[in-house]
Design a protein around this ligand. Structure first.
Ligand code: SF4
Ligand code: SF4
Length: 472
């Protein structure tokens, strides 16, 4: 019988033995309702993941995370360093959303959406099953001497793993440096794009290492989200859980015996077949309770349902449930913590929506040159400024001119009077603003400027204008 007080299993992780050595996990091939549904979701997500960086909207990549050039694109909208505040709010929303989602649904993200789980379980693991067979066959193969069969199977697996890692590395790079760069390297060959090619080889190596060897250790040791579970989960969170009330009953779990009345004997419904343990890709026994290592992959639900069906007991001994549902038969409640997270999320989404509407495709900044005073020019007062214009779009802007809207005045650019700004480029320069002294509102006057391209208004901005103090 499960000893609820015995929490010693939490002192170690299932994939490391007492001597600190890696225990290799050979999960049994899952099958069942949840696995079939996960396959559909996973393959749709994989297609989206592979295709997304090659889709463009208005010339912008659908998703781009170019940290090197600090350029990000979400759903075809490009964000520049000038939009950093929007990116930060977007990231905070993601964190709050993930926190809320985890508080309510536990690690459902890990099992159904996380690219690590999807590629590991639905691509690499399935290739492994295909080449090396199920759990038993894999154990035997790894124990046996190196012979022709073992060399052949390991070589085919290694080559396939490497090729898939290479494809993933290409796509990963397309998200980081842009798909155009990756396609250029493919077109011109690696020798003309040496740095891109070196990055590609490094990432291929990293992915190969992760999927061929490191595997579940990513979720157990490396993933920060996994480490947060202890803080986010509570007894009301829905997780993949073993119904210990039903599974253990009064006298605990016991092997199945034909024609035995388990209820009469006080035995639980768990027939101690260990199938839930054998299918677990992180090597845990879910019957010990919710554990940090559980990635909510549902493989144990399918395995247990199958066993329950085969011994004519109701399914759902392992299922999505909260601790309170199992221990107190409590139905799901929208708790104060969930309401709090939801309120914060709604406020942040509201702020983000507002900022998105206010954000312009072209951003002009006109700032007074530091340390420069105003100058008298006849009836006028002149101030000198630096300007920066960032074109955040994937189209060129030609015949770009400044206009002074308020108060009346004159703008003179140093150098060219008409500017051209290429796509995703930034230009800067110096300009003078002259305003009749009589129109000044004091020693500091706010000046409103507009930026036009071929007569089309593309941005508005403000700056300060200094004048003589005597006009106050
Ligand atoms: S305990 Fe179950 S849901 Fe959790 S990782 Fe193992 S098999 Fe997946
Ligand atoms: S699969 Fe179900 S019946 Fe078998 S050991 Fe696990 S919980 Fe018990």
């Amino acid at each position: 019988m499960r000893n609820v007080a015995d929490e010693s299993f939490r002192d170690s992780i299932g994939t490391i033995d007492n001597e600190g050595k890696r225990v290799w996990i050979y999960p049994k091939k899952p099958k069942g309702w949840f696995y079939d549904k996960r396959k559909i979701v996973s393959y749709l997500l994989i297609i989206m993941l592979l295709v997304a960086p090659f889709i463009k909207i208005n010339g912008n990549q659908l998703f781009l995370f170019n940290v090197l050039e600090r350029k990000f694109s979400f759903f075809g909208v490009t964000f520049w360093p000038q939009d950093f505040y929007i990116v930060v709010i977007g990231l905070i929303i993601c964190v709050v959303f993930v926190a809320l989602f985890t508080v309510v649904f536990g690690r459902i993200f890990c099992g159904w959406i996380c690219p690590q789980t999807i590629f590991m379980e639905m691509v690499f693991r399935r290739i492994e099953y295909w080449i090396e067979g199920d759990r038993g066959a894999q154990i035997r193969l790894n124990k046996q001497e190196w012979n022709a069969e073992k060399i052949r199977k390991k070589a085919i697996k290694g080559i396939l793993f490497f090729l898939i890692s290479f494809v993933i590395a290409n796509v990963f790079l397309a998200y980081i440096i842009g798909s155009d760069q990756v396609l250029l390297m493919i077109k011109h060959g690696p020798f003309q794009h040496v740095s891109t090619f070196i990055s590609l080889i490094i990432f291929t190596g990293v992915f190969y290492f992760v999927f061929a060897w490191f595997r579940e250790q990513v979720c157990l040791i490396a993933c920060p989200y996994g480490r947060l579970q202890g803080v986010l989960l509570d007894e009301k969170s829905i997780v993949v859980a073993y119904d210990y009330k039903r599974g253990e009953a009064e006298k605990g779990r016991a092997k199945f015996k034909k024609n035995e009345d388990r209820t009469e004997k006080g035995l639980g419904d768990c027939i101690d077949c260990s199938q839930c343990v054998h299918v677990c890709p992180t090597g845990i026994d879910i019957r010990n309770g919710t554990q940090l290592e559980c990635v909510n992959c549902t493989a144990c639900i399918d395995a247990c349902d199958h066993m329950m069906e085969s011994v004519n007991l109701p399914k759902g001994l392992i299922r999505y449930a909260s601790e309170n549902e199992i221990s107190k038969k409590e139905k799901f409640k929208f708790t104060a913590r969930m309401k709090g997270y939801s309120a914060v999320l709604l406020i942040l989404v509201g702020i983000l929506t507002g900022l998105m509407f206010l954000r312009s495709d072209v951003e002009a900044k006109v700032l007074r040159l530091p340390g420069q005073l105003f100058e008298h020019k006849g009836e006028n007062i002149s101030n000198v400024y630096t300007y920066k214009i960032a074109n955040k779009t994937a189209r060129d802007f030609s015949n770009v001119t400044f206009k002074i809207i308020h108060p009346k005045g004159k703008i003179t650019l140093v150098g060219k009077q008409v500017l051209n700004i290429e796509k995703e480029a930034m230009i800067q320069g110096t300009l003078f603003i002259e305003i009749p002294q009589v129109l000044l509102e004091g020693d500091k006057t706010e000046v409103q400027l507009e930026l036009y391209s071929n007569g089309e208004l593309i941005d508005q901005t403000k700056t300060n204008f200094l004048g003589p103090r005597s006009f106050n």
